[in-house]
Design a protein around this ligand. Structure first.
Ligand SMILES: Cc1cc2nc3c(=O)[nH]c(=O)nc-3n(C[C@H](O)[C@H](O)[C@H](O)COP(=O)(O)OP(=O)(O)OC[C@H]3O[C@@H](n4cnc5c(N)ncnc54)[C@H](O)[C@@H]3O)c2cc1C
Length: 495
């Protein structure tokens, strides 16, 4: 099929998937009033691949069919390949103003990175490596959209998953048949789930290598979103169906989050990447750094988002005549610095890219450098909180002076025209700009954006703990030791 159009993508979603939203089973995610606009947004992302302006920059020649397929499935071999992939990511991220964390390229790159380490998965049992390679080719050739879920339900983090009140809260193996593995339980947190063709569940949590109990939870796989017994329970929609003037972001970019519940779901053997190999599960945690590849999408998305935010806040500052105040300029410059720091991290990771090897396993292709990504991943969540604070500080009460479209066009239009105008904006444009800022930082959509930046990549608290545990402090220790040694040998003055 090569690259799909938006219409083909939408048609693919019209199946018997089980999506639950606000107490009801959704019949058709492409027409549901609280999901349809996001479905159309994603369709427009697929359509970009067919736009003559972008087509060549978004595809590469499939190694199996020779057809043009999405670049996010390419195994990059050179730095030029990384830059080529970056260009494709930029087209998508700028089209959605960085408001979507989960354009399909994100998980595509994640799966591709795992595929680059297929020999690790096939080391003991070649079929699991082969499954991974075949699956990667399958989604690439069919241009499928994936959601992914890594975590166990947040029921009781104080005990092991095998110690929870029910053995099937965390996803566990119930039985095996000649066709595959039957599983029960749940996985969190599947962003994009209602709009995905596939649910990807790589095994990415630590397990006890000496525990027969943990074997039950040791399974890496991927399955179609409409698999029998698979249910997605969505959070409340942030798209309330309101006008896009009132909620310009919520109404377009609510990518949705869900819990994936497995009610005795059959995972066909050919979709299994790890079955009860506890050593492989734990080794993969360190040895398969998928993030070294997908962080390129994150950086590109962040750059697009920060440019957009910068445009909003500068527009507001100019619009209400505060842009001449030096502290306002200083705060806007702080956002510029965050934007340029992300760009610098990205360029450093690309420039220092090289081969990757974990013990005896060599990853295929080229891998962006780890250090810039780790630093960016641990720093950016705090930087984003600061950005929100700056937007609130500068937009201030204006965020509340945001009457609806009905007011702006209603009987009070003339009065609104007088009191809601800005220094350089008419009332309608000024209100639109402030409503945009409010949707960015204040609405349910805006709050979720902030939470996303803090958690989508894991919990920064624990990421930093890992950073401390793994960092090589030799240079730091040497620096202070040589400094202290120097002073010790120096005679005190006047002695
Ligand atoms: C908007 C959004 C979208 C997301 N999308 C996805 C997705 O598409 N796919 C996906 O797989 N995941 C996704 N995530 C989930 C994300 O990976 C998790 O939120 C993150 O890994 C943290 O896990 P948790 O939410 O279960 O929090 P918990 O692990 O329950 O942590 C809660 C708090 O307890 C502390 N804590 C818990 N356990 C420990 C411990 N052992 N030691 C010390 N402190 C501890 C944490 O520091 C934290 O403060 C998303 C999250 C958000 C918010």
């Amino acid at each position: 099929m090569a690259v799909r159009t938006g219409a083909q993508f939408l048609k693919g979603l019209q199946d018997d998937r089980e999506v639950w939203l606000e107490g009801e089973r959704v019949e058709d995610v492409t027409t549901h009033p609280k999901l349809a606009r996001m479905a159309r947004t994603l369709a427009s992302v697929y359509d970009l691949q067919h736009d003559p302006k972008y087509h060549q920059d978004m595809v590469f020649k499939s190694p199996s069919s020779g057809e043009p397929v999405a670049l996010s499935y390419m195994i990059p071999e050179t730095q030029d390949d990384l830059l080529r992939r970056r260009r494709a990511l930029e087209i998508v991220a700028h089209d959605s103003y960085g408001m979507l964390g989960r354009t399909p390229d994100y998980v595509n790159i994640q799966l591709t990175a795992m595929r680059q380490m297929a020999s690790l998965y096939g080391r003991k049992e070649p079929k699991y490596g082969e499954n991974l390679i075949a699956y990667h080719a399958y989604v690439r050739e069919n241009d499928l959209c994936m959601t992914h879920a890594f975590g166990h339900p947040q029921v009781n983090r104080g005990v092991l998953i095998s110690e929870l009140s029910d053995p099937y809260i965390a996803l566990g193996v119930v039985d095996t048949t000649t066709e595959g593995v039957i599983v029960r339980g749940a996985k969190q947190l599947a962003t994009l789930a209602p709009f995905a063709d596939e649910l990807f569940c790589p095994l990415y949590r630590p397990l006890r290598t000496d525990s027969d109990e943990d074997k039950k939870y040791c399974l890496g796989f991927s399955i179609p979103a409409n698999s029998r017994g698979l249910k997605f329970i969505c959070r409340q929609s942030h798209d309330m169906g309101d006008s896009l003037y009132d909620y310009p972001l919520s109404g377009r970019y609510d990518e949705m989050d869900a819990l994936a519940v497995f009610d005795d779901v059959l995972i066909p053997w050919e979709r299994v990447f790890n079955f009860q190999d506890l050593e492989l599960a734990n080794e993969a945690l360190e040895a398969v750094p998928m993030w070294r590849q997908y962080m390129q999408q994150v950086a590109v998305k962040n750059i697009a988002k920060l440019e957009f935010i910068l445009g909003i806040i500068r527009g507001i500052a100019q619009g209400v005549g505060i842009d001449g105040f030096s502290h306002v300029q200083e705060k806007i410059a702080e956002i510029v610095d965050i934007l340029e720091t992300v760009r610098a991290y990205m360029r450093a990771a690309e420039a220092d890219a090289g081969p990757y090897q974990a013990q005896d396993i060599r990853g295929e292709g080229i891998w962006p450098a780890a250090e810039p990504w780790i630093a960016m991943r641990n720093w950016y969540p705090d930087a984003y909180v600061r950005i929100i604070w700056i937007v609130e500080q500068l937009a201030a009460g204006g965020l509340m002076l945001t009457p609806s479209q009905e007011d702006v066009q209603g009987p009070m239009a003339e009065t609104i025209g007088k009191f809601y105008q800005g220094a350089s904006l008419d009332a309608s444009k000024r209100i639109a700009l402030f409503r945009l800022a409010w949707d960015l930082v204040g609405t349910q959509f805006g709050s979720r954006q902030a939470l996303y930046e803090r958690f989508f990549n894991g919990d920064v608290v624990r990421l930093r703990q890992r950073r401390y545990a793994n960092y090589d402090f030799t240079a730091a220790e040497n620096a202070v030791n040589t400094f202290l040694e120097r002073d010790r040998l120096e005679k005190p003055q006047g002695a």
